[in-house]
Design a protein around this ligand. Structure first.
Ligand code: SAM
Length: 274
């Protein structure tokens, strides 16, 4: 049965404020599941079940799927589209308000696979990057420009605090570009699938907290040099800032966006000793 027909039959009205742009193309759905590397041993956390098209495709390959959905009016739709999927649990709650530790306690090791609601994409990904302990990877459909930012390399205009935060935890790649024509309703922008594979100890750093503070400081004002941003953020004298940069092997006069995540880590390690 066509998803559109089921939605119509239940009198469902799309809610823009929840970022409801659903997928229906079965080839694309299967490709996303394959991009995420889901198999019979995988527990999947999905955010935003929608009409259940991706949930169902995931359930066909995964050991278990737990899917959050904020919109209760989708309950009868999902009861129909997910009928017979014994390894799926849909939780009708706002994922942003759910304590991650409790979810992890329930799931054990898991991966996130989702066609994300656009209005919370970056904070949601940052939450997994910064707070998750049992997440092994994230494969998410996001706006193409956001995916480019997630996977950017140092020195490019798209490279920013989010890129450096993700890079500390995992390898990020854009695995697929997706035309806006494949969504219902059709959004105004194209999308892409970003995949972050978490790797323990990928970029060694003594303090993750200081790494984050250094990154935040470096991108606080893109027009300023790194030295000036450090002076402002950490209340350093110019001499102290220059000493710190020299100790981390970073040349004077550079801007934050030219630093690789490894250089941010070196700088954070020096800052930790201050
Ligand atoms: N997975 C479906 C698909 O691919 O067709 C739906 C994707 S749609 C882009 C995003 C879904 O996330 C919507 O169904 C929306 O209602 C849901 N959503 C939005 N905000 C949410 C939140 N804070 N917690 C849980 N679900 C949310």
């Amino acid at each position: 049965m066509e998803i559109r027909e089921i939605l119509n039959r239940h009198g469902f009205g799309f809610k823009k404020q929840y970022g409801q742009n659903f997928l229906t193309d079965s080839n694309l759905l299967r490709a996303i599941v394959s991009d995420a590397g889901v198999n019979e041993t995988t527990t999947v956390l999905e955010i935003g079940a929608g009409a259940g098209a991706l949930t169902r495709a995931l359930a066909e390959k995964a050991k278990r799927v737990v899917s959050y959905e904020i919109d209760r009016t989708l309950e009868p739709v999902l009861a129909e589209t997910l009928a017979g999927c014994k390894n799926v649990e849909v939780v009708f709650r706002d994922f942003a308000r759910e304590p991650l530790a409790a979810i992890e306690e329930k799931l054990g090791e898991y991966v996130v696979v989702a066609n994300l609601p656009y209005y919370i994409t970056t904070p949601l990904v940052m939450r997994f990057v910064e707070d998750a302990e049992k997440c092994r990877g994230i494969t998410v459909m996001v706006q193409e420009e956001v995916a480019v930012r997630f996977a950017a390399t140092a020195g490019t205009p798209e490279y920013g605090a989010v890129t450096a935060a993700i890079a500390l935890k995992g390898r990020c790649e854009i695995v697929r570009k997706v035309s806006r024509n494949l969504f219902t309703p059709r959004p105004n922008v194209d999308s892409a699938i970003a995949k972050v594979t978490f790797e323990e100890g990928r970029i060694p750093v003594k303090s993750t907290r200081i790494y984050r503070e250094v990154v935040r400081a470096a991108f606080a004002s893109r027009r300023k040099t790194l030295e000036n941003n450090l002076i402002t953020a950490f209340r350093l004298s110019r001499e102290e800032a220059r000493r710190v940069l020299a100790a981390a092997g970073i040349p004077e006069g550079v801007r934050g966006e030219t630093l690789t995540p490894q250089q941010f880590a070196a700088l954070a390690d020096v800052m930790e000793l201050q």
